[in-house]
Ligand binder design. Structure first.
Ligand code: SF4
Length: 299
């Protein structure tokens, strides 16, 4: 509860029945479901972005201005000077809830400086159009079991496009700016379309360039391997794969102990491999073996 004098209150509370639960339930288990309508003691439109920031399932609208959110497991719809909430069991339940809701609104009113307001307006996107952006493989990479479930949540702005790694990229981004008066009251919002086609084209060019370089590197690696295999075949007794591994590490400056550790063999075995390598290459030092390995594209 707020320690400040509560500034936001309610009056004209009206509690009425809104139905008797789902028709699929047996008649004897149905309970009356009540909803409450009320008027507010002041205009709270400037609080909407703060409520939008701190409540669950918040959906803020602009024309007309109102906000829908969940508080205490209860659905609330607040207009600037009135509101509705449901469901309740009875009058007492509704009145208790109204006390908690008013305390919550007063806490927001007095704690605004500690809350980063969220000006993003809710707009329900067409789910069938979102589905067309998706590959519809139901791969579950986004954490949703189906593309349809992901599309439904995305349409309600309860997830973000980036969670699906397979969604096509936007060519434009929207930026929403708050328009405030001199007292910091939200007057409206301005949505600007930021065309990022150029950025995307630049990224695509950079990606293509990287792919070209990768292909060249792969080609060169393949050529290098061919030259290496040919050099090995020219030896009177070709090196075994294990000896090639040892030679490559030796040429890169590794000690016998390091080679042993990396290849999971004892230093004694490393030494034995090196002796065989020297004999096969016709050299008598590590330096000469390294030069041979470099000249014949082993490193
Ligand atoms: S990651 Fe994308 S393609 Fe995979 S299930 Fe989710 S929405 Fe569908």
């Amino acid at each position: 509860m707020t320690k400040h004098h509560p500034i936001i209150g309610f009056h004209s509370l009206r509690v009425c029945a809104m139905g008797r639960g789902p028709a699929t339930r047996p008649a004897d288990t149905l309970t009356a479901c009540m909803m409450a309508g009320f008027d507010l003691s002041m205009n709270i439109e400037s609080l909407f972005p703060y409520i939008n920031a701190v409540t669950k399932k918040a959906e803020m609208f602009e024309n007309p201005p109102y906000i829908r959110f969940e508080f205490d497991h209860t659905l609330c719809v607040l207009h600037p000077d009135k509101g509705f909430a449901s469901p309740f069991d009875d009058n007492v339940d509704a009145r208790d809830f109204m006390m908690r809701l008013m305390a919550f609104l007063n806490d927001i009113y007095y704690g605004k400086e500690r809350i980063t307001p969220k000006y993003k307006l809710f707009s329900q996107a067409d789910i069938t159009l979102i589905l067309k952006l998706l590959p519809r493989t139901n791969c579950n990479d986004c954490g949703f079991t189906t593309c349809m479930a992901f599309a439904a949540m995305l349409g309600r702005q309860q997830t973000i496009p980036a969670r699906c790694p397979h969604i096509s990229r936007p060519v434009q981004e929207k930026a929403v700016f708050p328009i405030m008066d001199k007292d910091g009251k939200l007057l409206s919002t301005l949505t600007l379309n930021v065309d990022n086609t150029k950025n995307i084209n630049d990224l695509d060019s950079a990606r293509q360039y990287i792919e070209t370089l990768q292909n060249k590197i792969e080609q060169l690696s393949g050529m290098k391997k061919d030259l290496r295999d040919e050099a090995n075949r020219q030896l009177q007794t070709p090196l075994s794969q294990r000896e090639i591994d040892v030679l490559q590490m030796l040429a890169l400056g590794s000690t016998n102990a390091e080679i042993g550790l990396l290849l999971y063999i004892s230093p004694h075995t490393v030494k034995s491999h090196i002796n065989h390598i020297f004999n096969k290459l016709g050299v008598n030092s590590r330096t000469q073996a390294s030069v041979w390995a470099t000249q014949h594209h082993f490193v």
